[in-house]
Design a protein around this ligand. Structure first.
Ligand code: SAH
Ligand code: SF4
Ligand code: F3S
Length: 427
């Protein structure tokens, strides 16, 4: 058996792609290994959303070099968003790489590997001109609990800071029938419908949610990411009325200043977002709302930061992922002349996180002694007796394992809520 290792960076879309690449290579007799030393094929599936991601990946590529010296037959491929963005430039920095495959070309992976196996030449394929047809692609899911189900590819929003539309191409939606068939056959108890902006799914996202809710073999439905400018009443109602659709909406606001939101090209104001959040909370009891925030966007003043801190206190997110603005060449914001110095960005990030962490802790603390349903995910990383599961609202719960199995839905009582996790006991 030939062995394959895949190192995945970036978002869920990349993880979904890695599962497809593994599925494809299994057809040609490759078997997954975690041990890089014994791999015949290593894929580094990359992200370029921030500079820090790219640095980490180049570090990893450097570490892999010695494996090529040890095993001259090893094939090393770079795939995903950074491959799409930088193409042949990656070969200049990392000469030991054998091939570069862009984001729209998973269906070409098998033939590229076969070609390199037979004549050891370098291959670069980053054309983004075709619809990523996934109908015939095999999938080897890494996670037996949650199946990543892409419903659309690409993005048309062109937020001025963001590289994603440039490396994932224009928005393309998959046919509902194809998606529903994939859900029916996935054998995981939970699915996550994936897209950069699921609310602009072109065949109707609310209809898709309702159709998925009727599929018997699954227990829970999640989805991400929602864009505030496109999340409509029909979708909110579908979530509220759905039996399996989880009460969690990841709804990135990005900033609390209208001036900055405009410069980001986000298409909504803080007031509109507040109205939307209020409507969601009225219609969906116990919903959790999480968000993404960018700090240090060009031209951000102290007042803009204060507006963001105020907004956080007003909306009270369950959790927020906070990012320092990272310049991405080729995006409009990279050309803005009023870039913020690094030290200021870092100190603003700390102020933001302090406020949000307190809010997350307060919201979680209110769950003490509550009984919640969790889907059992398995052993925690640190202790085999302590297992983890997730609430419908996407909060992680740690509990002492008895005889539950992975994939069970169980009731736990929350005894010790913390900022990022909850500790509970089985009821
Ligand atoms: N499509 C999703 C998320 C895409 S990227 C959405 O629109 O919300 C995930 C997050 O990375 C974004 O929400 C944003 O907060 C962050 N991000 C994107 N580009 C960035 C950049 N140049 N610098 C810092 N953070 C960035
Ligand atoms: Fe990037 Fe904006 Fe598209 Fe999200 S919606 S992927 S932040 S351009
Ligand atoms: Fe995802 Fe990173 Fe690409 S966030 S879409 S893997 S740039």
């Amino acid at each position: 058996m030939k062995k394959i290792s895949i190192l995945t960076f970036g978002c869920q879309m990349n993880r979904a792609d890695s599962e497809r690449m593994l599925g494809e290579m299994q057809i040609d007799g490759f078997e997954l290994t975690e041990n890089l030393d014994e791999a015949d094929l290593i894929l580094v599936n990359t992200c370029c959303v921030r500079e820090s991601a790219e640095e980490k990946i180049f570090g990893k590529l450097g570490e892999l070099k010695h494996l090529k010296t040890k095993n001259p037959n090893l094939i090393l491929g770079v795939t995903g968003c950074m491959a799409q963005k930088d193409g042949s430039k990656i070969l200049e920095k990392a000469r030991h790489v054998d091939f570069i495959l862009g984001t729209g070309k998973i269906s070409k992976l098998r033939s590229i590997v076969a070609e390199i196996e037979s004549n050891r030449k370098k291959i670069i394929d980053t054309a983004l001109d075709e619809f990523a047809d996934t109908r015939s692609i095999s999938i080897a899911r890494e996670n037996s609990i949650n199946a990543w189900i892409p419903i659309m590819y690409g993005c048309d929003n062109f937020c001025t800071y963001c590289i994603v539309p440039h490396v994932r191409g224009r928005e393309r939606s998959r046919e509902p029938i194809q998606i529903l068939r994939e859900i029916e056959t996935c054998s995981a108890p939970e699915i996550t419908l994936l897209g950069q902006n699921v609310n602009s799914y072109s065949h109707g996202f609310a209809d898709l949610l309702r159709a998925a809710d009727k599929i018997e073999s699954i227990k829970r439905i999640r989805f991400m990411t929602s864009h505030p400018k496109d999340l409509n009443d029909d979708v909110i109602n579908a979530i509220a009325n759905g039996e399996k659709i989880c009460e969690h909406i990841h709804l990135p606001i990005q900033h609390g200043s209208n001036r900055i939101l405009k410069r980001m090209n986000r298409g909504y104001t803080v007031e509109k977002y507040l109205d939307l959040a209020q409507k969601i909370r009225e219609k969906i009891p116990n919903v959790s709302i999480t968000t993404d925030l960018i700090v240090g966007f060009p031209g951000e003043s102290e007042e803009d930061l204060d507006l963001t801190l105020e907004m956080l206190k007003q909306i009270r997110f369950d959790a927020a992922f906070t990012f320092i603005y990272s310049r991405r060449s080729g995006t409009p914001a990279d050309q803005f002349s009023d870039q913020i110095p690094d030290e200021i960005k870092h100190s603003r990030l700390n102020r933001l996180m302090e406020v949000q962490n307190r809010i997350s802790f307060e919201i979680n603390s209110a769950m003490k002694d509550q009984s919640v349903e969790i889907l059992v995910e398995g052993e925690s990383k640190s202790d085999s007796k302590i297992w983890t599961g997730r609430t419908r609202t996407n909060k992680i719960v740690l509990f002492e394992h008895r005889d539950e199995s992975i994939g069970d839905l169980i009731q736990v009582k929350i005894i010790q809520p913390q900022t990022w996790i909850l500790k509970g006991v089985i009821e």
